[in-house]
Write a protein of this length. Structure first.
Length: 40
């Protein structure tokens, strides 16, 4: 669900950003985003 909202342009607060970063969610999102851009 988090990735869905990030894909739609949601901007997490600083605290949420730090939590997502520690959990590896932002890294995964960056990889997904990079693959999407490369496929176009």
């Amino acid at each position: 669900a988090i990735l869905y909202f990030l894909e739609k342009g949601a901007q997490p607060t600083g605290t949420v950003h730090d939590i997502l970063k520690k959990a590896g969610v932002l890294h995964n999102f960056a990889l997904i985003k990079r693959n999407t851009i490369n496929e176009q």
